[in-house]
Design a protein around this ligand. Structure first.
Ligand code: F3S
Length: 641
C-alpha cells in the first residue's frame, strides 16, 4: 500500500528508528517556534546546553502571551528572549506583532517541513502541509541545539471531506463537528490527516483553523495536503518559492478513516466547559450574551476578520455587549486599516485590542461575574477566561459577529443582506515588528534582568537515595496543584525559585519550606498523579525543592515524561495497597538503583515501619539513560550534541 502524507513527511525527516506505528523514532526538525510564556524556560535551557549555533533552518521567538507590562517582570522576559535570539541566530517577534501560530503560518510556513513549538497549538502549521507538533520546552530547546526530536510513530486517522460548506458555515464549524464526533480524547496518539475533494473548497486559513483545534482532539498534530490554494497563499506573501505539492499516495494506508460531508454541517457552538460539548447554534438562540471576543490563534486571519467587518458594517454592537477584536498579526491589522474594514468595526462599536493572545490567555478582558462570553477561541475550560463564574461558548467569527449585533446567540443564516465573502487572502507582509539576527553574533550579550533566574539542573543519578516523605497526596493531583499557573504567577515563568514557593500551595502551604528544611525528599501520590497541562514547571519546581523521586499508584503520561526529563524518578507501587504503608514524614531509602532501574523493579525501605516495598519503573532505555545523566538536558549535552 502507498504512503499517507503524514508518513511521507516523517520518512523525509527520519534520522533514527523504524517508521512503524508505536516505534520510537527520531526526526529532523526544520523549524521551531516559542512563545514568551514557555520561551523563557526554553532559552534558559538552550543557554545551559552551551552550544554556539542552532541546528534548525529557522527558529522564531514570539512575544504574544504576557504582553501586558504592569511591572518589570514581563519586560525583563522579553528583553532576555530578544538578546538570546540575537545570540543564537533566532528571529525575534516583538510584542504587538501578533500571535505566534498566525505569524508562523504567514511568514515561515513551508509545505513538507517539520515544525516543533513550545505551544500546544503549533499544529496550526499543518494547514499548510507541515508536520507541526506542540511539545515541552526542553524538547524544543534540544531540537534547536541538535535538530532532533524523539517521538513514537503515530497512528494516522484520515478524515475524508466531501462536498462543500453551505453559506454561513465555516471552518470553525468543521472542527467543532469533528470534536463532537470524536471527543477531546479522539486524537490521542494519532495524527489527523485530511483528504478528499472537499479540501479544495477550504481556504488555507480555513485549513489552519481546523488543524489548530486538532489540539483539542488530543491529536499529536493534524495535516492537510498542499495544493493550488496553498500556493496562492504563499504567493500572497511573496513566498511562492517555498511551495511544494504534498499529498498522500492514491492507495495510502490509514489506521482509521472517517468521512464527512461538508454539506451536512451547520453553524455549531461548543458549550461550557469543554470544546467537544457541541450543539447546533439554532438550538441555543436567545441565549443572552454579555461579551463577544474575536481573535486567538484559531480565528484571527485576514479573511476571518474581513467577514466580521463586513457583517458589522453599518450596524451597531448591542448596548449590553462588549465586543473585543484582536487581529492575529500586525500585517492583518494594517491591511484592515488600509481597506477601511477597521473603521467599519470601530464605527459599529467594537473594541480593538493588541495583536496578541489577549483574552485567550486571560491577559485582560476577563468577563463580568456570571457572564455569557462568546469566543472564537479554541478552549472554554472552567476559569480560563479569568472569571470563574463565566460561561464561555466557542463559535465561528460569523456567529460571533451577528450575535454581538443582536445581543443574544444568533444563527448567521438569519442574515439576509447580500455580503460578499469571496476575498483573496492577500495582504502585504509587515516586517518592522520582526528583528532578524545579525551576521555578527559574537558580541551579543544576553540580558538577564532580576526576574530571570537560572534553570535548575539535576546531577548524575546516585546508586542510593534516602530522605523523608515530605508530601503525601491523594488521587488525581493535577499539574495545577503541583505548580499553579494563574495571572499572578504567569510573569514568573522564568523564575523557578520564586515559583517554587507556590508549589502545592492549594494543597499544603508548608510544602516548599518543608523541602528546604529536610534537604528535599520524596512525594507519595495516588492514581493519575500529574494530570492536566503539559507544563514542565510542575517538574522543575519540585526539582528545585530537592525532590528525588515521586512514588504513586499511577502517573499521567506527560507529567511522567517531564519528571524523567528533570531527572526525578517516577515510581509506581507494585501493589497499590502499599500506598497505605508509607506515612507522611517517614524516612525511606532506595538502594541499588543503577542496577535495579533497568530491571524495572526497585525496593523501597521504610525505615520507621521497617517495611520493604516493591516499586516499579516503566520506561525506555533512553529514559533510563536520561535519568542516569540527571535529566534530558544533561543527556542532550553528552549524547546528542
Ligand atoms: Fe495564544 Fe490562545 Fe493560541 S493563548 S497561542 S491564542 S490558544
Amino acid at each position: 500500500m502507498g504512503l499517507n502524507l503524514t508518513y511521507k513527511v516523517l520518512k523525509d525527516h527520519l534520522l533514527e528508528g523504524k517508521l512503524e506505528t508505536g516505534q520510537e523514532i527520531c526526526i529532523k526538525i526544520d523549524q521551531t517556534l516559542t512563545q514568551d510564556s514557555t520561551g523563557t524556560m526554553v532559552y534558559l535551557q538552550l543557554e545551559a546546553m552551551g552550544i554556539k549555533d542552532i541546528k534548525t533552518e529557522r527558529s522564531v521567538a514570539y512575544i504574544d502571551h504576557n504582553t501586558l507590562q504592569q511591572g518589570f517582570e514581563n519586560a525583563d522576559d522579553h528583553e532576555f528572549i530578544k538578546t538570546v535570539a540575537a545570540k543564537y541566530g533566532i528571529v525575534y517577534s516583538k510584542p504587538g506583532n501578533g500571535i505566534c501560530h498566525q505569524l508562523q503560518l504567514e511568514n515561515f510556513g513551508k509545505p513538507g517541513s517539520t515544525l516543533l513549538g513550545s505551544d500546544s497549538h503549533t499544529p496550526t502549521g499543518g494547514g499548510l502541509g507541515m508536520i507541526a507538533i506542540g511539545a515541552g520546552g526542553l524538547d524544543v530547546a534540544v531540537a534547536m541545539a541538535t535538530g532532533k526530536y524523539f517521538m513514537k510513530a503515530p497512528k494516522v486517522l484520515n478524515v475524508k471531506l466531501n462536498g462543500k460548506l453551505k453559506p454561513w458555515v465555516s471552518a470553525k464549524d468543521v472542527i467543532l463537528y469533528v470534536l463532537k464526533e470524536l471527543s477531546v480524547k479522539g486524537g490521542v496518539g494519532k495524527i489527523v490527516e485530511y483528504s478528499g475533494e472537499g479540501v479544495k473548497s477550504l481556504s488555507l486559513t480555513d485549513r489552519a483553523t481546523i488543524t489548530n483545534m486538532g489540539a483539542e482532539l488530543g491529536a499529536t498534530t493534524s495535516i492537510f495536503p498542499s495544493d493550488e490554494r496553498s500556493l496562492e497563499y504563499l504567493k500572497s506573501q511573496g513566498r511562492e518559492a517555498d511551495y511544494k505539492e504534498m499529498k498522500a499516495d492514491e492507495d495510502a494506508y490509514y489506521d482509521e478513516v472517517i468521512e464527512i460531508n461538508l454539506e451536512d454541517i451547520e453553524p455549531l457552538v461548543a458549550q461550557p466547559h469543554s470544546p467537544d460539548n457541541v450543539r447546533p447554534v439554532k438550538e441555543l438562540i436567545n441565549l443572552k450574551v454579555d461579551q463577544v471576543a474575536i481573535g486567538s490563534c484559531t480565528n484571527s486571519s485576514y479573511s476571518d476578520l474581513m467577514k466580521v467587518a463586513r457583517i458589522l458594517k453599518g450596524k451597531s454592537v448591542h448596548p449590553d455587549v462588549s465586543l473585543c477584536i484582536s487581529p492575529g498579526s500586525s500585517a492583518i491589522l494594517k491591511a484592515l486599516a488600509e481597506n477601511g474594514a477597521l473603521a467599519d468595526m470601530i464605527a459599529a462599536g467594537a473594541r480593538i485590542l493588541e495583536c496578541a493572545c489577549g483574552p485567550c490567555i486571560g491577559m485582560g478582558q476577563a468577563p463580568k461575574t456570571d457572564a455569557i462570553s462568546l469566543r472564537t477561541f479554541n478552549r472554554n475550560f472552567y476559569g480560563r477566561s479569568g472569571t470563574e463564574s463565566a460561561q464561555v461558548y466557542l463559535v465561528s467569527p460569523e456567529v460571533a459577529a451577528i450575535s454581538a449585533i443582536h445581543g443574544y446567540l444568533e444563527d448567521p443564516r438569519v442574515i439576509t443582506d447580500e455580503i460578499d465573502f469571496e476575498m483573496p487572502e492577500i495582504f502585504e507582509k509587515s516586517e518592522n515588528l520582526f528583528v532578524y539576527p545579525k551576521e555578527d553574533r559574537e558580541s551579543v550579550e544576553v540580558v538577564m534582568g532580576p526576574n530571570i533566574k537560572p534553570f535548575p539542573i539535576n546531577s548524575q543519578l546516585e546508586d542510593s537515595m534516602s530522605g523523608k516523605i515530605v508530601l503525601k497526596v491523594e488521587d488525581n493531583i493535577t499539574t495545577d496543584h503541583i505548580m499553579p499557573s494563574n495571572a499572578k504567577l504567569l510573569p514568573y515563568r522564568s523564575n523557578i525559585p520564586y515559583l517554587s514557593n507556590y508549589s502545592f500551595s492549594t494543597v499544603d502551604t508548608e510544602f516548599p519550606q518543608r523541602c528546604m528544611d529536610n534537604d528535599g525528599g520524596f512525594i507519595v501520590g495516588g492514581d493519575n498523579y500529574g494530570q492536566g497541562s503539559s507544563r514542565e514547571h510542575a517538574a522543575l519546581a519540585p526539582l528545585y525543592l530537592g525532590i528525588k523521586a515521586v512514588i504513586t499508584k499511577s502517573f499521567a503520561r506527560i507529567h511522567k515524561a517531564n519528571l524523567i526529563n528533570s531527572g526525578i524518578i517516577p515510581l509506581e507501587f507494585a501493589n497499590t495497597d502499599d500506598y497505605e504503608k508509607i506515612g507522611f514524614m517517614d524516612e525511606i531509602e532506595i538502594s541499588n538503583i543503577l542496577e535495579d532501574l533497568p530491571k524495572g523493579k526497585l525496593t523501597l525501605k521504610d525505615k520507621a515501619g521497617g517495611n520493604s516495598i516493591e516499586v516499579l519503573f516503566e520506561g525506555s532505555e533512553r529514559d533510563i539513560e536520561i535519568l542516569r545523566r540527571g535529566g534530558y538536558l544533561n543527556y542532550a549535552k553528552t549524547n546528542l550534541i
